[in-house]
Design a protein around this ligand. Structure first.
Ligand SMILES: [Zn+2]
Length: 236
């Protein structure tokens, strides 16, 4: 294999590794996942706000509920005492007065309970509708995370074998040429060599000046002049 062919083979190996690496970090599923995560963050914020609005009303409703239950029990106790009582008229009047008072409190408490129930229902509704809205997004997120992990594992395996092949190709180059190639690769990424296509370096896509095109065409075999723009070794 000529030095030029070996250099081209290494360039192709590196370009292939670069494509797979960029495929790995730009999976369409990742874009969808990040859209879903944005949506879920905004739903979470809405949920927290809805719960903050709901909590005090729900607490007040539950308090009113237990207060009404307490008063109803008290009224029941008084009614039983009254009907079974053998006390004198004065005591009976006092019991009756207390019962009237408890019943009045109970009436007010029940009104308050109903009022709070009417206030808490729409707030509960908002909370459950946000949860229902988030449910399919949460499921899709889990699904996408699984798909992404699987695809990345496959691409990682592919990268391992591509890097192994790359090492073999690199070993075919002279140490001097490999050092020049690697220096360019480290500096600009993707590959350390490029081809000239229609007067442009296909690494950086910048057109060579006519003078550089002439230099490139007349370069001695094994020279590999660097692209004046990106420094990649230009293949003849
Ligand atoms: Zn270039």
């Amino acid at each position: 294999m000529s030095e030029t062919d070996a250099l081209r083979a290494l360039m192709e190996a590196d370009r292939w590794i670069d494509r797979v690496g960029s495929q790995r970090s730009h999976l369409p599923e990742m874009a969808e996942l990040s859209t879903i995560e944005v949506e879920l963050r905004s739903l979470l914020k809405a949920l927290q706000e809805a719960q903050a609005a709901q909590a005090p009303v729900r607490t007040a409703y539950e308090d009113a509920q237990s207060e009404a239950a307490r008063l109803a029990k008290r009224a029941g106790d008084l009614e039983r005492t009254l009907s079974a009582s053998t006390a004198n008229a004065r005591e009976l009047t006092a019991l009756q007065n207390e019962l009237d008072h408890v019943r009045e409190l109970l009436g007010r408490s029940e009104d308050r309970e109903l009022e709070l129930l009417l206030a808490v229902e729409p707030l509960d509704e908002v909370v459950s509708s946000i949860k229902a809205q988030a449910q399919p997004a949460v499921a899709r997120r889990t699904e996408l995370q699984g798909v992404i992990a699987e695809l990345q594992a496959t691409l990682d395996e592919e990268l391992v074998s591509l890097r192994r092949a790359r090492r073999e190709r690199a070993a075919a180059l002279s140490p001097e040429l490999l050092a020049r190639y690697d220096a360019a690769l480290v500096r600009v990424g993707t590959s350390g060599a490029a081809q000239v296509d229609a007067g442009r370096c296909d690494g950086c896509r910048i057109a060579l000046s006519p003078l550089d095109v002439d230099r490139w065409k007349s370069q001695m075999a094994g020279t590999f002049m660097p692209c004046p723009e990106c420094g990649r070794l230009l293949l003849p």
